[in-house]
Write a protein that binds this ligand. Sequence first.
Ligand SMILES: *[C@@H]1O[C@H](CO)[C@@H](O)[C@H](O)[C@H]1NC(C)=O
Length: 185
Amino acid sequence: MAGGRCGPLLTTLLVASVMALAATEGPDQAVLPAEQSRVQPMTASNWTLVMEGEWMLKFYAPWCPSCQQTDSEWETFAKNGETLQISVGKVDVIQEPGLSGRFFVTTLPAFFHAKDGIFRRYRGPGIFEDLQNYILEKKWQSVEPLTGWKSPASLTMSGMAGLFSISGKIWVSNLKQLYLQRGSE
Ligand SMILES: *[C@@H]1O[C@H](CO)[C@@H](O)[C@H](O)[C@H]1NC(C)=O
């Protein structure tokens, strides 16, 4: 599994090629009808929705190729969300440092299960079949919940959002540095 995580050198190369592609992309490609995504982008402003019901969340960064590798599986998972009675969301760690900093994640993508405000880390491969089984067979029950100050639920109501937004920003830049360092080794 660890080997499937973001390779930073690869990241740099991919970012470069994606940027090159974007630069050459004409308006024709841009108007292709994209199928409506069922993955709900979550932000600090509607994070309270995650405190209710059952959710699976994916934390990702735009510059992380292994985040993109699991995109289609995550999309399939979201399309089956209604059947599985689960909401499927994603959090951009760059856009939402205040949210993602709370989870102290050092690898991306990072997946979390939330049920009635109780958070657990999902450490599977992020492929549809495994995600589906995780929910259907309630595999999350055997995973230790995140507790205490690490729990996002406890922070949401604490009025410390500003503080955590700052520490989250530091966290994101540290995380990015970590990737870049690994790339140059
Ligand atoms: C949360 O807010 C974002 C940004 O406004 C929006 O794109 C997204 O659809 C919202 N998600 C839900 C579940 O309401």
